[in-house]
Design a binder for this molecule. Sequence first.
Ligand code: ADP
Ligand code: MG
Length: 352
Amino acid sequence: MSRRRLDSRSGLSAGLLGETQTPISSEPLESAYEVTGELGRGKFAVVKRCMEKTTGKVFAAKFLRKRRRGRDCRAEVIHEMAVLEMARNNPRVVNLYGAHETDHDVVLVLEYAAGGEIFDHCVSEELLPEAQITRLIRQTLEGVHHLHQSNLVHLDLKPQNILLTSLAPPGDIKIVDFGLARRLGTAGELREILGTPEYVAPEVLNYEPITTATDLWSVGVIAYMLVTGESPFAGDDKQETYLNVSQVNVDYSREAFSRVSELAVDFIRKLLVKAPEDRPSAAECLSHPWLWYQPLCLSPEPVAIRSVRERSCGTKWAAPLEDKENFLDSPHAHAKRSRLDEETSAAGDGDF
Ligand code: ADP
Ligand code: MG
């Protein structure tokens, strides 16, 4: 596949939101919060756990560097804040509580998601039971549906950016990391080189228009990873990964899917299709039977992959778990079993 180099500003300036309501304090974060351990980090951000001194409440502070590759990127940081504000009434999106600014950083004070990343459940020896997976995918789709209704696309949905409110039992999901999110329709057609190769849709690699369907591809990848414990497109190197994505080269073998129902395969197959217009919307996905049925012989506890694969669970189905109306109406290898965090974040990388 040919590699494409873009001017680092060509895509990123398009469609950035500039208006925020949250006051940005010029006091250092430490004046009001006790900053404790690190929760995670990316290329331009570090996230730390912090405690508000007056209330004892725990938050996550995302320190976003304003200068990146010798360029002033404050506008991009403000954009991330503005998107979080637009998503404020979306219960599946992490809440923004406040912001501080220093010479180097803008610090976003965010709702703390104590359960960590769903990525950990994709690489664990003990994968989640199918009923837990469908619950998490349902919640992710609710969040995505809500974003799409506001014309927002996330464009960096991956298991590292879907967090849980608690670890055991797994809590509710919270979507984080809106650095690459965009509002559709504000700057004409959106064609940007964004995201992480393993998780991005073919239209992103091919520099074709980006739509809400781009996020649905990523939901398919996340579902695949939670079900199989493997990353569907991860190759031995970036080129192989790109080739796998553009050829939609996916392993649907019985072996990979032996622990779950055939409906899981049907669900994932509907999302991992090359033409964006052939993918179902988030709302359509929410009515897929996989998300509402539960195998009768499911164990309530996480089960070791080996033991599940050895056991025959069959595909008998019980009644739907919950009333789906409530969700849509809510306001709001071991492949690569290592952290494959090569972010090809944003056009600036020019790696495509
Ligand atoms: P980046 O843009 O650098 O990828 P993220 O917003 O994804 O930054 O945060 C990096 C990591 O920090 C996440 O993958 C997660 O592990 C952790 N993290 C981010 N936000 C929170 C939060 N609100 N609560 C707990 N952990 C968080
Ligand atoms: Mg991230």
